[in-house]
Design a protein around this ligand. Structure first.
Ligand code: SAH
Length: 350
């Protein structure tokens, strides 16, 4: 019986501030009460109605009778010997996603998930082995960021500085909720962070990249490219058969035209897959139309060795060719490998 009642109650953070104000007016209270509760829910991060100390007991009872706060719970926290922290995050329905805190000497970056599992089938990614269960709600994305901000203050004595949507899932396949979460993260009524410190990483969904460009979003865009040759890319990222490189490229040209914002490409160089001069030439051709940055990321093995990180010679060839073509390139080392917190390793092993 109690279960049924809970099922009927609405997640209060699915309401906008205006809807919350209307709720109170309909209950014969002041609209202003909505502002107070809204502040508790987002800025003050209340986990319960009980915690809302400047709200009368009667009003808290009313809220309790109508709503729930579906707060996430960090079930397990693992710390890497390089300082990286991985959170196993339990959602209200029992499903689990992972998020990661990555510290450097000057910043703390939160790597957050946007979906439970993933519907894409990238052959080198551990998350791909979990089928997509559902999209995360805006508050579930927001809560991951808050949890990491708290950990950053606690363990590193500074607030969170950057956010990357590079955890589990494809953010552009949960676009609406990701955008709502970013709105709250950047709002003065939420965390008040700057959009410039947020990066959304996508495998490349052309239609959604165009939509982002039309909406003039202010966060940064990163594209997981890994190959600029269709046959190669389709063999490792099968959705490339549908969202081909030509479509992706056209959408990115549109993005640059509208936003004038630099594009970052994530790229792993694998032995025998994309480690020849032909591969790097294709990459140069693909990205030279706009100011670009290529992050050569280290491969984090997830399996029996079907994929192997290419050696230094191939990496040097990439770096030299890109630099000769005036494309910014960085070689990234992995963080948190010992706790399976590195790129592509998030799969709820525990
Ligand atoms: N779906 C989004 C975000 C999640 S993946 C995207 O594709 O961008 C975050 C990054 O990790 C992507 O660049 C992805 O290609 C990369 N990645 C996945 N598996 C990896 C692995 N095993 N080693 C290194 N990087 C990996």
């Amino acid at each position: 019986m109690e279960q049924m009642d809970i099922a009927k109650k609405k997640d209060i953070r699915a309401l906008t501030k205006e809807q919350l104000r209307t709720f109170f007016v309909e209950q014969g209270d002041k609209a202003f009460r909505g502002n107070q509760v809204y502040e508790w829910l987002w800025q003050k991060g209340a986990h319960s109605f009980e915690a809302m100390t400047n709200i009368s007991k009667e009003t808290r009872g009313l809220l309790d009778a109508n709503f729930v706060i579906n707060h996430i719970r960090v079930d397990q926290m693992q710390r890497s010997n390089d300082g990286t922290i991985k959170n196993a995050v339990r959602l209200h329905d029992g499903l689990v996603v992972e998020s990661v805190l990555i510290p450097t000497s000057t910043r703390t970056t939160a790597c957050v998930s946007s979906q439970v599992g993933c519907s894409l089938d990238c052959k080198f990614c551990a998350t791909a082995r979990l089928k997509r269960m559902r999209n995360l709600n805006p508050d579930e994305i927001y809560d991951q960021v808050v949890a990491i901000d708290n950990e950053s203050r606690l363990y590193f004595d500074r607030p969170l500085s950057n956010i990357v949507f590079m955890g589990m899932g494809e953010p552009l396949m949960n676009y609406k909720n990701v955008l709502k979460a970013i709105d709250m993260i950047t709002s003065p009524e939420g965390l008040g962070m700057s959009s410039k410190r947020i990066t959304v990483s996508t495998s490349g969904v052309p239609k959604m990249i165009r939509k982002m460009a039309d909406e003039q979003v202010k966060f940064k865009l990163a594209v997981s490219l890994h190959s600029a040759i269709d046959t190669v890319r389709t063999s490792i990222m099968p959705f490339n058969a549908t969202f081909t490189l030509a479509d992706l490229r056209a959408a990115l040209e549109y993005w640059y035209e509208k936003t004038k914002s630099r594009i970052t490409y994530e790229y792993v160089v694998w032995k025998g897959i994309n480690d020849t001069q032909k591969d790097v030439n294709a990459l140069v051709d693909f990205c030279k139309f706009a100011p670009s940055k290529v992050n050569l990321i280290e491969y984090n093995p997830i399996d029996d060795g079907a994929f192997q990180q290419a050696g230094n010679k191939a990496i040097d060839m990439y770096v030299n060719t890109l630099e000769r073509n005036h494309i910014t390139v960085t070689v990234r080392r992995s963080r948190g490998k010992d706790i399976d917190a590195a790129c592509g390793q998030l799969a709820n092993k525990s």
